[in-house]
Design a protein around this ligand. Structure first.
Ligand code: ASP
Ligand code: MG
Length: 454
């Protein structure tokens, strides 16, 4: 039977009460053969990084204090989840884990050296601990629960801190080690984020890597669905702090999610779910505390529905308007222009061209003086700082005429300094003063999403 993968992030397993809720969701999913992938509890990974850094700087007492606090918190949660005194096996496992962690921290402090390899070994304790507690809780509740060390499945290269999965090996391992333990009525618990090299050295996929783990496991096992449980009701149409009427999006495409992520929207980074999307497995983003509430499905297919899916904005950015001061042919002008940006390693985001001038946007921290000095050899440069890009994103924008006109109409008196339709035609970008970007988002949301586009 094809399992369902349920991934819970740090905030969903932050304490015993949260873990109980996760256990309830797991129980409800028993008929679907759940594979539960967990992050570390709350801010545990941050605490492990801090302890590692303290040890590296020679502050062993500080590192051990961090260790003590983590042990106390995990033992408190364990007592809450399975009762006091802890069953002997669990007590021993916790003692072993914290003993190993202490040895590592002492080793780092002695050498005053924290290689990415050592840091991964230390960071992996967060997920090893959270899954140990959770599996013990499920068993104490009478569930048929198994625990697998993800390091026996998630085979990676040796790029510690940001390891790349070795898909062929791990697909095989996932089927060999996970499948026999999966089935209706049983739960399999494993860790996100962590893996191991062929030699058995612990690695991590990089911060926030648990979503990636879930998508990889889901793809390897042909899961019916990969559920990302978190603290939002899916992906929203806009940042709710700016637009209180922002709505959950029922369905969003992989490319739309990519555009939004590039604008810093609070959305899964699509690269992390690519394995599932390629395997055509739907990925859903759900709220752990409101399981009956709304959620978002991310799919590879082009959705049908309204032309505008979501809005996002990014700033401050800087706009440079560069006009040829000589009568260079357009082609020679553009070549010289981009050569200057390349030389200063400045990446250009949006571009709008006219006959003898070009407007482009760069990050606010770009070396403007140096750029302007080099450009002044053949062009005049006008700099507008403190601007923002507002992006109107929608898979169906390309088939829907009039959205740009409608957007400009909705903005009324707000001056749009640049407008650009991305080459993939799912992102209409507007550049305006940063001070006006929030009002622009509210007006666009009203006109393009709340009222919709005919
Ligand atoms: N615990 C890891 C982190 O905090 C991985 C994850 O939560 O996805 O980065
Ligand atoms: Mg996370």
């Amino acid at each position: 039977m094809n399992p369902v993968v349920m991934k819970f992030g740090g905030s969903s397993v932050a304490d015993a009460a949260c873990m109980r809720q996760v256990a309830a969701l797991t129980r409800a999913a028993l008929p679907q053969a759940p594979l539960v992938v967990l992050s570390a509890m709350g801010k545990t990974t941050n605490a492990l990084f801090a302890a590692g850094k303290a040890a590296e700087s020679g502050d062993l007492p500080g590192a051990l204090e961090g260790h003590r606090a983590l042990e106390a918190a995990h033992r408190r949660a364990a007592a809450d989840l399975v009762g006091q005194p802890l069953p002997l096996a669990l007590d021993e496992t916790l003692a072993e884990l914290f003993g190993e962690l202490e040895l590592l921290l002492r080793g780092v402090a002695l050498l005053r050296e924290l290689s990415p390899r050592s840091m991964d070994a230390i960071a992996a304790f967060g997920e090893r601990l959270s899954t140990t507690l959770f599996a013990a809780h499920l068993k104490a509740e009478g569930l048929d629960a198994a625990w697998v060390d993800a390091r026996t499945v998630m085979r990676t290269d040796g790029n510690f801190g940001a390891a790349s999965p070795l898909f062929q090996v791990l697909d095989r391992e996932a089927r060999a080690r996970f499948l026999p333990l999966l089935g209706p009525g049983r739960v399999l618990v494993t860790q996100g984020y962590i893996g191991a090299t062929e030699d058995g050295l612990t690695t991590t996929l990089g911060r926030g890597g648990s979503d990636y783990s879930a998508a990889i496991f889901g793809a390897a096992l042909g899961a019916t669905e990969v559920q990302i449980w978190t603290d939002v009701e899916g992906v929203l149409t806009c940042d709710p702090r700016v637009v209180p009427g922002a709505l959950p999006i029922p369905e969003i495409s992989f490319s739309e999610a990519g555009e939004l992520a590039a604008f810093g929207a609070k959305v899964l980074h699509p690269a992390t779910i690519q394995p599932a999307v390629e395997a055509r497995i739907p990925v859903t983003v759900r709220h752990t505390l409101r399981p009956q509430g709304r959620f978002t499905t991310i799919t590879g297919e082009v959705r049908t529905g309204r032309p505008v899916t979501a809005l996002a904005s990014r700033g401050p950015i800087t706009v440079l308007t560069v006009a040829s001061s000589r009568m260079l042919a357009q082609s020679g002008f553009l070549a010289r222009l981009f050569e200057v940006f390349a030389r200063h390693k400045v990446s250009v985001d949006l571009i709008a061209t006219a006959e003898v001038s070009v407007s482009l946007t760069v990050e606010a921290d770009a070396p403007l003086k140096a750029l302007a000095a080099d450009l002044s050899a053949f062009a005049t440069v006008e700099v507008s700082e403190d601007r923002a890009i507002v992006a109107v994103v929608g898979e169906r924008l390309k088939h829907t005429p009039g959205v740009a006109g409608r957007a400009l109409g909705a903005l009324g008196g707000i001056n749009v300094e640049m407008i650009s339709m991305g080459a993939n035609e799912i992102n209409l970008s507007l550049v305006l003063r940063r001070s006006e970007s929030e009002e622009a988002l509210r007006r666009l949301h009203r006109a393009l999403i709340e009222e919709g586009v005919a």
